[in-house]
Design a protein around this ligand. Structure first.
Ligand code: GDP
Ligand code: MG
Length: 443
């Protein structure tokens, strides 16, 4: 049985039930389970290694949200990193002079012929394109016929079969017909072998050189797991590909191949096959595959929900404080931490007076991370009392704080001045009444 990652991690991490930042030792232990889960999902070994190192880097020191367990938190981080490494799905590129040549490559039985017809139907129905199909598979008996039947049954354009014609010349004829008959795209379905061989590679390369495809789509079977990696590498090196079509994602496939393919070729996954029928093909959604790889149910949405709740909770608390004109150095510290995360400048930050200007200044000066770290260090060198009541901080305390964080008294003064400015503005705004700045905030 395929045990979901959340179950695995449950045992490892949930006994901790601690809040605060995730410790390196805990994360390392958790990642051992993640590693097993990925290998079980058929992710290729080198890709597993890269993944673990990326995810570990993200997880160590991350804050555990209040309403989730550390195990769930790790699952969320792992899931996010998976999504990140899977990349976004991309549409099939038709941005070129029609007819746009699309070359389908891959091993025999990977699903090239079926996918060719599926893509033709998809481009016809969803993107209103006129598509011509052509089979270049002269080796397998009835292969050309197979594509013709699929085309005829679904009202798709098909290049007439000429017995004895060689693949390169079929490809050229297909492009000619496409031009003459006003097709938007021509899909060239090539032959495959059971294994990669030089003959196959050089034939595909010849076809490529004859038509200059805008897309060369590698069709691979999600069920083949580790093997598919070598196939992908070989095609990427010898032929050059622009995208992946992953088939049989409907079966027991755990989706690991998606991650391996994406990482090893650097190409986006353009479509996934989810059944034998011609309309069983869909766009690639990284989050669905990530769920599949991790074999988990609702943990991620649960964690996401918790994160949202906490954000709302924090925003509300802050809004209340601001309405009352309270804003201490702890709040400033929290804001600095948010600023450090950058990219995530949304949320309550933008609502803080003074922060807007700071934000602007920082984006102009390309955000000096050192400055933020310094400011943070200064506040961290203060006692809790001082943070709550900055008025306490006189000359001798300033000296102590400066010594504590290894900066100068001047630096401490600068920070206090910045705090003063913000605090004054906030008090003023608070007096403007409920209809003022915070009138629109959640209560
Ligand atoms: P080719 O040799 O690469 O052209 O492969 P085919 O297109 O002939 O497909 C081989 C077999 O795989 C056929 O029986 C297809 O019906 C089946 N197949 C292709 N794509 C899918 C898919 O996404 N899901 C499932 N379940 N079967 C598929
Ligand atoms: Mg075929």
């Amino acid at each position: 049985m395929f045990e979901g990652l959340s179950d695995r991690l449950g045992g490892v991490l949930d006994k901790l039930r601690k809040r605060g930042a995730l410790k390196e030792s805990d994360v390392k232990e958790a990642m051992r389970e993640v590693r097993v889960a990925l290998l079980e999902a058929d992710v290729a070994l080198p890709v597993v290694k890269t993944f673990i190192s990326n995810a570990t880097e993200r997880a160590v020191g991350a804050d555990v949200l209040r309403s989730v367990t550390p195990g769930q938190m790790v699952v969320k981080i792992v899931h996010d990193e998976l999504k990140n490494m899977l990349g976004e799905g991309e549409e099939i590129n038709l941005a070129s002079t029609p007819p746009v040549p699309i070359l389908m490559v891959g091993l025999q039985g990977s699903g090239k012929t079926t996918s060719s017809a599926k893509i033709a139907l998809n481009l016809t129905k969803k993107r209103n394109k006129k598509v011509l199909l052509a089979s270049l598979d002269i080796y397998r008996p009835a292969a050309q016929q197979q594509l013709k039947v699929l085309a005829d049954d679904n009202g798709l354009g098909i290049l007439p079969i000429v017995m004895g014609e060689k693949p390169v010349s079929i490809a050229k004829r297909a492009m000619d017909t496409g031009r003459k008959e006003g097709y938007d795209a021509v899909i060239l379905d090539t032959a495959g072998r059971l294994h990669i061989d030089m003959e196959l590679m050089s034939e595909v390369a010849q076809i490529r050189d004859a038509v200059n495809p805008v897309e060369t789509l590698l069709v691979t079977d999600a069920m083949t797991g580790q093997d598919s990696v070598n196939v992908a590498k070989e095609f990427a090196d010898k032929v050059g590909i622009t995208g992946i079509v992953l088939t049989r994602v409907d079966g027991d496939a755990r989706g690991g191949a998606a991650l391996s393919m994406r990482q090893i070729t650097g190409c986006p996954i353009k479509m996934i096959g989810i059944g034998e029928k011609i309309d069983e093909m869909e766009a690639f959604h990284p989050d669905r595959i990530a769920n599949r790889i991790l074999g988990m149910g609702d943990v991620v949405s649960l964690v996401e929900k918790a994160a949202e709740n906490i954000k709302a909770e924090d925003a509300e608390k802050m809004a209340k404080k601001l309405r009352k004109g309270q804003f201490d150095l702890n709040d400033l510290l929290a804001q600095l931490k948010q600023l450090q995360k950058m990219g995530d400048l949304s949320g309550i930050m933008g609502m803080l007076p003074g922060m807007g200007a700071l934000k602007k200044q920082m984006s102009q000066t390309k955000l000096d991370p050192k400055l933020l770290t310094h400011q943070e260090a200064i506040i961290l060198s203060m006692t809790p009392k001082e943070r709550e009541n900055p008025a306490l901080i006189k000359a001798s305390r300033k000296k102590r704080i400066a010594a504590g964080c290894g900066l100068s008294v001047q630096d401490v003064n600068k920070l206090l001045k910045q705090y003063q400015t913000m605090s004054t503005m906030i008090k003023k705004m608070g007096k403007m009444g409920k209809k003022g700045l915070f009138g629109g905030m959640p209560k």
